[in-house]
Design a protein around this ligand. Sequence first.
Ligand SMILES: Nc1ncnc2c1ncn2[C@@H]1O[C@H](COP(=O)(O)OP(=O)(O)O)[C@@H](O)[C@H]1O
Ligand SMILES: O=C(O)C1=C[C@@H](OP(=O)(O)O)[C@@H](O)[C@H](O)C1
Ligand SMILES: [Mg+2]
Length: 174
Amino acid sequence: MKGKRNIFLVGPMGAGKTTIGKQLAEILKLEFVDSDHELEDRTGAPIDWIFDIEGEDGFRKREEAILEELTQRQGIVLATGGGAIVSDKSRNFLAARGVVVYLETSIEQQLERTRRDKRRPLIQNDNPRGTLENLMKEREPLYLEIADLTVATNISSVKSVAKEIVELMEQPIA
Ligand SMILES: Nc1ncnc2c1ncn2[C@@H]1O[C@H](COP(=O)(O)OP(=O)(O)O)[C@@H](O)[C@H]1O
Ligand SMILES: O=C(O)C1=C[C@@H](OP(=O)(O)O)[C@@H](O)[C@H](O)C1
Ligand SMILES: [Mg+2]
Protein backbone atom coordinates (compact mmCIF):
# COMPACT_ATOMS: atom_id res chain seq x y z
CA MET A 1 0.00 0.00 0.00
CA LYS A 2 3.03 2.25 0.30
CA GLY A 3 3.24 4.99 -2.28
CA LYS A 4 -0.52 5.22 -2.61
CA ARG A 5 -1.34 8.50 -0.99
CA ASN A 6 -5.07 8.68 -1.47
CA ILE A 7 -7.86 6.95 0.40
CA PHE A 8 -11.05 6.19 -1.52
CA LEU A 9 -14.15 5.13 0.40
CA VAL A 10 -16.64 2.87 -1.37
CA GLY A 11 -19.76 1.12 -0.13
CA PRO A 12 -23.54 1.34 -0.26
CA MET A 13 -25.80 4.27 0.63
CA GLY A 14 -25.73 4.85 4.36
CA ALA A 15 -22.44 3.02 4.90
CA GLY A 16 -21.02 6.30 6.21
CA LYS A 17 -18.63 7.24 3.38
CA THR A 18 -19.36 10.95 3.64
CA THR A 19 -19.40 11.15 7.44
CA ILE A 20 -16.49 8.80 8.14
CA GLY A 21 -14.50 10.32 5.28
CA LYS A 22 -14.63 13.76 6.93
CA GLN A 23 -13.40 12.34 10.25
CA LEU A 24 -10.68 10.33 8.60
CA ALA A 25 -9.39 13.32 6.66
CA GLU A 26 -9.32 15.35 9.85
CA ILE A 27 -7.31 12.72 11.72
CA LEU A 28 -4.86 12.25 8.85
CA LYS A 29 -4.74 15.94 7.97
CA LEU A 30 -5.66 15.23 4.39
CA GLU A 31 -8.10 17.09 2.16
CA PHE A 32 -11.65 15.69 2.17
CA VAL A 33 -13.60 15.51 -1.08
CA ASP A 34 -17.04 14.01 -1.69
CA SER A 35 -17.73 13.29 -5.33
CA ASP A 36 -21.48 13.92 -4.93
CA HIS A 37 -20.91 17.30 -3.29
CA GLU A 38 -18.33 18.21 -5.91
CA LEU A 39 -20.82 17.34 -8.65
CA GLU A 40 -23.52 19.39 -7.00
CA ASP A 41 -21.20 22.38 -6.60
CA ARG A 42 -20.12 22.29 -10.21
CA THR A 43 -23.50 21.69 -11.82
CA GLY A 44 -25.35 23.90 -9.36
CA ALA A 45 -27.98 21.17 -9.16
CA PRO A 46 -28.73 18.63 -6.42
CA ILE A 47 -28.15 14.94 -7.20
CA ASP A 48 -31.87 14.15 -7.33
CA TRP A 49 -32.39 16.84 -9.99
CA ILE A 50 -29.61 15.39 -12.09
CA PHE A 51 -31.31 11.99 -11.86
CA ASP A 52 -34.67 13.56 -12.79
CA ILE A 53 -33.38 15.45 -15.78
CA GLU A 54 -30.62 13.22 -17.15
CA GLY A 55 -31.52 9.83 -15.69
CA GLU A 56 -29.13 7.51 -13.92
CA ASP A 57 -27.04 7.12 -17.09
CA GLY A 58 -26.47 10.86 -17.28
CA PHE A 59 -25.52 10.95 -13.60
CA ARG A 60 -23.03 8.07 -14.03
CA LYS A 61 -21.32 9.85 -16.94
CA ARG A 62 -20.89 12.98 -14.84
CA GLU A 63 -19.68 10.83 -11.93
CA GLU A 64 -17.10 9.11 -14.16
CA ALA A 65 -15.75 12.46 -15.34
CA ILE A 66 -15.46 13.87 -11.86
CA LEU A 67 -13.81 10.69 -10.53
CA GLU A 68 -11.33 10.69 -13.39
CA GLU A 69 -10.29 14.15 -12.27
CA LEU A 70 -10.47 13.80 -8.48
CA THR A 71 -8.52 10.53 -8.37
CA GLN A 72 -5.59 12.29 -10.02
CA ARG A 73 -5.16 14.48 -6.97
CA GLN A 74 -2.69 13.54 -4.25
CA GLY A 75 -3.32 13.31 -0.54
CA ILE A 76 -7.09 13.21 -0.45
CA VAL A 77 -9.77 11.23 1.32
CA LEU A 78 -12.51 10.75 -1.25
CA ALA A 79 -16.06 9.70 -0.40
CA THR A 80 -17.63 8.21 -3.53
CA GLY A 81 -21.34 7.69 -4.20
CA GLY A 82 -22.64 4.17 -3.55
CA GLY A 83 -23.03 3.38 -7.26
CA ALA A 84 -19.73 4.76 -8.51
CA ILE A 85 -18.23 1.26 -8.72
CA VAL A 86 -20.85 0.17 -11.29
CA SER A 87 -18.88 1.95 -13.99
CA ASP A 88 -15.82 -0.01 -15.22
CA LYS A 89 -14.03 3.26 -15.88
CA SER A 90 -14.67 4.64 -12.40
CA ARG A 91 -13.69 1.35 -10.80
CA ASN A 92 -10.41 1.37 -12.67
CA PHE A 93 -9.60 4.95 -11.64
CA LEU A 94 -10.28 4.11 -8.00
CA ALA A 95 -8.34 0.84 -8.00
CA ALA A 96 -5.30 2.34 -9.69
CA ARG A 97 -4.92 5.61 -7.85
CA GLY A 98 -5.36 5.03 -4.14
CA VAL A 99 -6.14 2.72 -1.27
CA VAL A 100 -9.74 1.60 -1.65
CA VAL A 101 -11.62 1.05 1.62
CA TYR A 102 -14.94 -0.77 1.45
CA LEU A 103 -17.31 0.26 4.24
CA GLU A 104 -19.51 -2.74 4.85
CA THR A 105 -23.01 -2.31 6.27
CA SER A 106 -26.19 -4.32 6.78
CA ILE A 107 -29.40 -3.52 4.92
CA GLU A 108 -30.99 -2.77 8.31
CA GLN A 109 -28.42 -0.10 9.07
CA GLN A 110 -28.68 1.34 5.57
CA LEU A 111 -32.43 1.73 6.04
CA GLU A 112 -32.02 3.29 9.46
CA ARG A 113 -29.33 5.72 8.33
CA THR A 114 -31.05 6.83 5.13
CA ARG A 115 -34.60 6.97 6.47
CA ARG A 116 -34.80 10.67 7.19
CA ASP A 117 -32.84 11.95 4.20
CA LYS A 118 -35.03 12.20 1.10
CA ARG A 119 -32.23 13.13 -1.28
CA ARG A 120 -31.18 9.68 -2.43
CA PRO A 121 -33.29 9.24 -5.57
CA LEU A 122 -32.82 5.46 -5.95
CA ILE A 123 -34.61 4.72 -2.67
CA GLN A 124 -37.49 7.19 -2.88
CA ASN A 125 -40.00 4.44 -3.61
CA ASP A 126 -42.43 2.10 -1.83
CA ASN A 127 -39.87 -0.60 -1.23
CA PRO A 128 -36.49 0.84 -0.22
CA ARG A 129 -35.55 -2.43 1.50
CA GLY A 130 -36.05 -4.45 -1.71
CA THR A 131 -34.15 -1.84 -3.70
CA LEU A 132 -31.22 -1.87 -1.29
CA GLU A 133 -31.17 -5.69 -1.31
CA ASN A 134 -31.07 -5.81 -5.10
CA LEU A 135 -28.40 -3.14 -5.31
CA MET A 136 -26.30 -5.01 -2.74
CA LYS A 137 -26.50 -8.24 -4.79
CA GLU A 138 -25.35 -6.41 -7.90
CA ARG A 139 -22.74 -4.23 -6.30
CA GLU A 140 -21.11 -6.13 -3.46
CA PRO A 141 -18.87 -8.18 -5.79
CA LEU A 142 -17.72 -4.90 -7.34
CA TYR A 143 -16.91 -3.29 -3.97
CA LEU A 144 -14.94 -6.40 -3.04
CA GLU A 145 -13.19 -6.55 -6.40
CA ILE A 146 -11.40 -3.26 -5.82
CA ALA A 147 -11.19 -3.15 -2.02
CA ASP A 148 -7.73 -3.04 -0.45
CA LEU A 149 -9.37 -3.02 2.97
CA THR A 150 -12.85 -3.92 4.21
CA VAL A 151 -14.19 -2.36 7.39
CA ALA A 152 -17.50 -3.14 9.11
CA THR A 153 -19.46 -0.07 10.14
CA ASN A 154 -22.53 -1.69 11.68
CA ILE A 155 -21.76 -1.59 15.35
CA SER A 156 -19.06 1.07 15.47
CA SER A 157 -19.35 4.81 15.84
CA VAL A 158 -18.14 7.13 13.09
CA LYS A 159 -15.07 8.00 15.13
CA SER A 160 -14.09 4.42 15.87
CA VAL A 161 -14.46 3.37 12.23
CA ALA A 162 -12.21 6.27 11.22
CA LYS A 163 -9.65 5.25 13.84
CA GLU A 164 -9.79 1.62 12.72
CA ILE A 165 -9.03 2.67 9.15
CA VAL A 166 -6.04 4.70 10.34
CA GLU A 167 -4.72 1.67 12.25
CA LEU A 168 -5.21 -0.66 9.29
CA MET A 169 -3.42 1.78 7.00
CA GLU A 170 -0.42 1.73 9.33
CA GLN A 171 -0.07 -2.05 9.19
CA PRO A 172 2.22 -3.61 6.60
CA ILE A 173 0.47 -5.40 3.73
CA ALA A 174 -0.12 -9.06 4.62
N1 LIG B 1 -20.90 4.25 11.98
C1 LIG B 1 -21.99 5.00 12.10
N2 LIG B 1 -22.70 5.00 13.23
C2 LIG B 1 -23.81 5.75 13.35
N3 LIG B 1 -24.30 6.58 12.39
C3 LIG B 1 -23.63 6.63 11.24
C4 LIG B 1 -22.45 5.85 11.03
N4 LIG B 1 -22.01 6.12 9.77
C5 LIG B 1 -22.86 7.00 9.25
N5 LIG B 1 -23.83 7.33 10.13
C6 LIG B 1 -24.96 8.27 9.86
O1 LIG B 1 -25.70 7.74 8.78
C7 LIG B 1 -26.14 8.78 7.89
C8 LIG B 1 -25.66 8.49 6.48
O2 LIG B 1 -24.23 8.58 6.46
P1 LIG B 1 -23.44 9.07 5.16
O3 LIG B 1 -22.07 9.40 5.62
O4 LIG B 1 -24.20 10.12 4.43
O5 LIG B 1 -23.41 7.72 4.29
P2 LIG B 1 -23.00 7.52 2.77
O6 LIG B 1 -22.20 8.70 2.34
O7 LIG B 1 -22.19 6.25 2.78
O8 LIG B 1 -24.29 7.36 2.05
C9 LIG B 1 -25.60 10.08 8.49
O9 LIG B 1 -26.64 10.69 9.22
C10 LIG B 1 -24.49 9.64 9.42
O10 LIG B 1 -24.32 10.52 10.50
O1 LIG C 1 -25.97 4.17 -4.60
C1 LIG C 1 -26.13 5.03 -5.51
O2 LIG C 1 -26.27 4.71 -6.71
C2 LIG C 1 -26.11 6.46 -5.14
C3 LIG C 1 -25.59 6.85 -3.92
C4 LIG C 1 -25.56 8.25 -3.45
O3 LIG C 1 -24.42 8.50 -2.64
P1 LIG C 1 -24.25 7.92 -1.15
O4 LIG C 1 -23.79 6.49 -1.27
O5 LIG C 1 -23.23 8.79 -0.53
O6 LIG C 1 -25.58 8.00 -0.48
C5 LIG C 1 -25.55 9.20 -4.66
O7 LIG C 1 -24.33 9.11 -5.35
C6 LIG C 1 -26.69 8.88 -5.59
O8 LIG C 1 -27.90 9.10 -4.89
C7 LIG C 1 -26.64 7.45 -6.13
MG1 LIG D 1 -22.31 10.09 0.75
